[in-house]
Structure formats: structure tokens, C-alpha cells
Design a protein around this ligand. Structure first.
Ligand code: KG4
Ligand code: ZN
Length: 338
């Protein structure tokens, strides 16, 4: 079975073809970073319009790469939420219309479920059950994953998501958009510990997070003095230490509490090298292991959506015919899948 995946929830247009026998056979992403850069963040209306322009050429690229034609597509999975309403609608209407034209089923997929299952696309996939740390621009969550479709939320951020904290702090330091990778790059040349930042909720005894105070602490420091380039690098390094320490401590605590030794990390912040270093070290000490998606599948892509749709179809899920009527869910908690 060949499942086409369509992702358009934010600022990346992703299309991919997943073959349940051969694996990922085609995969293409267009990132809108250059377009939004001038505005310092994602402009939703521009994002929607760009998805419209990109989807058909990307589909053609993926089919060419897979040496397939449209008639070889057996089902279409698309991101139905959470995300930007207009951007989601572009992908949803494209997918539903193509499915109608090809007379194949269309399957709405939860964006975070796509992220969560993305490490299973790798050669060495973790066995169920496992703990998943979802760290993206919009979410910071720890989940217990019993099997495909069975997700128990163990804890999440009470305010800013980890990626959001990276992005906002990067903006404060004048690093532009997207802030996460820029801040991480600057941190590499800085010295952590010169500035002292808090480790929010590290001893809270639960699996909740709070990152908005860190951004405020950086703002206070930035207002108190004129920061040189070296100061900014030191501050970036300390900020990265603070966020990754809290994430690692809580992720390992979740594994301990649930007596599980496999940890899956997904979402854009999962690309952060310092986070990976900390998690690998802590999980090895616990006698466990961390599973990551391939680096290119950490940020938004169509492959994870195609894979997620394929898993659900393999489980026997029957897509409900939209008959021309469908809806997207800009807000959609992962523990409310049905
Ligand atoms: O999963 P994703 O592509 O989109 C969402 O679903 O949100 O995650 C994007 C987030 C952004 O906040 C970005 O700044 C952050 O992931 N990010 C990083 C790194 N690469 C991406 N944060 C820290 N370090 C990185 N290397
Ligand atoms: Zn995402």
C-alpha cells in the first residue's frame, strides 16, 4: 500500500510517499523560512498562499523520485491539526480533492502524532511501549505511548513551548527567525555559567514545564546592560543549558516513573545537539536508550504524516468519507484523537 502524506500546518510544505513494503520512497519539503524572515516570524496569510503554490510541484517531485504515477497512490493522509487554520485548510482541501479525483481514501492526521511516530521511520525503531518527549515550536509534552493511537499525556508546558522559548529569546538577542537553530549556533561559541539563569520547575516533583520566565530573565539581563557579541553568546549558552537540563531531567523522570527504558524525541527542538547529548548520557545511565528521527525528519515534513496514516490504515482504521465536507482543527489535544 502506498500512502501519500501532505503536511501544511505551519511554514513548511511537505509531501511524501510511504510504501508499507518498501518504506519511504519519495519525500520533499519546501521551507518558507526565507519568505517569513523579513517579518521576524510566520505571517499566516503568506504561509497559506505559499502552500498553494508549492503543493503540486512538490507532489510531482515526490512521484518522480518514487518512479510512480498518481494512479499508484492508494490513500492520502494529511495534517488536519493542530496548526494555522488557513495553512491547514490548503493541505486538507488539496488532499481531499486529490483523493476524490483518484477515488482513494483520505485520512486526517494529527500533526503531533506524526512527530511522535517519526522515529519509527528509522532503521532501528523502538518497541512499544515508550516515552515520547515532544518538543516543537508549539508544544512541550511528555507522553506514554502504548501503541499507535494510544497516547497518555504525562506532563506539558504550562506556558511557552521549548521551541517558542528558543525563538523568543533569539529575537530578544537580535538573532532573527527561526530562532532555535540560530540561538543554538551562537551558544556553541559561548560559555555557560557566566550568567545565571533559573531551571524552571526542575524540582516541582511533577512532569510539567514552564519556560516563559527564562525569556523574561534574559530580557531583564539585556535591559540592564549593553550586550556585546561575546555576552550574547554566553547568554545563549546559559539559556540552552537551562532549557535542555530541565527537558532532560523531566524526560528521564518520566521513564523512571513509568519503568520504561526507551525514550523517543520528536519535534524541531529534538534537533538540538546539546539536548541530544544530555538525553543520551542520562538514558545510558538509566540503562535505556534514546531514539531520534533522522535530522531532516525532526522539523515538519510529509513523511511523518504519510507514515502515521499508513500505520492507522494497517491497524484497520477505515477513513470516513468526507464527501466534499471536511474540517481542520487548529487546536487539537493529542489525547483527544477520536
Ligand atoms: O516541529 P517543528 O518544525 O514545528 C512545529 O511543529 O512547531 O519545530 C520548530 C521549532 C522552532 O521553535 C525552532 O526554533 C525549533 O523547533 N528548533 C530548534 C532547533 N532546530 C529547530 N530549537 C533549538 N535548537 C535547534 N537546533
Ligand atoms: Zn511540527
Amino acid at each position: 500500500m502506498r500512502v501519500l502524506g501532505i503536511e501544511s500546518s505551519c511554514d513548511e510544505t511537505g509531501v511524501a510517499l510511504y510504501d508499507t513494503e518498501r518504506g519511504l520512497v519519495g519525500h520533499a519539503v519546501h521551507t518558507q523560512v526565507a519568505m517569513h524572515e523579513a517579518y521576524g516570524g510566520v505571517v499566516p496569510e503568506l504561509a497559506s498562499r505559499d502552500h498553494i503554490r508549492r503543493l503540486i510541484p512538490l507532489l510531482q517531485r515526490v512521484l518522480d523520485e518514487a518512479h510512480c504515477s498518481r494512479q499508484d497512490i492508494d490513500a492520502i493522509a494529511y495534517t488536519a491539526g493542530p496548526g494555522l487554520a488557513g495553512a491547514l485548510l490548503v493541505g486538507a482541501s488539496f488532499a481531499e480533492a486529490l483523493a476524490l479525483a483518484l477515488d482513494v481514501p483520505a485520512l486526517p492526521v494529527h500533526h503531533l502524532e506524526g512527530h511522535l511516530l517519526s522515529p519509527l521511520l528509522g532503521d532501528e525503531a523502538p518497541a512499544f511501549p515508550f516515552i515520547a518527549l515532544l518538543v516543537s515550536g508549539g508544544h512541550t509534552q511528555l507522553m506514554r505511548v502504548a501503541r499507535v493511537g494510544d497516547y497518555q499525556l504525562l506532563g506539558e508546558s504550562l506556558d511557552d513551548a521549548a521551541g517558542e522559548a528558543f525563538d523568543k529569546t533569539a529575537k530578544l538577542l537580535g538573532l532573527g527567525y527561526p530562532g532555535g537553530p540560530a540561538l543554538a549556533a551562537l551558544a556553541a561559541s559561548g560559555r555557560p555559567g557566566r550568567y545565571k539563569l533559573p531551571r524552571p520547575m526542575i524540582n516541582s516533583g511533577d512532569l510539567s514545564f514552564s519556560f516563559s520566565g527564562l525569556k523574561t530573565a534574559v530580557l531583564t539581563l539585556a535591559r540592564a546592560q549593553e550586550l556585546t557579541g561575546a555576552d550574547k553568546a554566553d547568554l545563549a549558552a546559559e539559556f540552552q543549558e537551562a532549557v535542555t537540563e530541565v527537558l532532560a531531567v523531566k524526560a528521564v523522570a518520566a521513564c523512571r516513573r513509568q519503568r520504561l527504558s526507551s525514550l523517543v524525541v520528536a519535534g524541531g527542538v529534538g534537533a538540538n545537539r546539546r539536548l541530544r547529548q544530555r538525553l543520551d548520557q542520562a538514558m545510558t545511565q538509566l540503562g535505556g536508550r534514546v531514539f531520534y528521527p533522522a535530522l531532516e525528519l525532526c522539523t515538519d515534513n510529509g513523511a511523518m504524516i504519510a507514515f502515521c496514516g499508513a500505520q492507522r490504515l494497517l491497524q484497520g482504521e477505515v477513513p470516513v468519507s468526507a464527501q466534499g465536507a471536511f474540517a481542520v482543527r487548529p487546536r487539537w489535544p493529542l489525547d483527544q484523537l477520536s
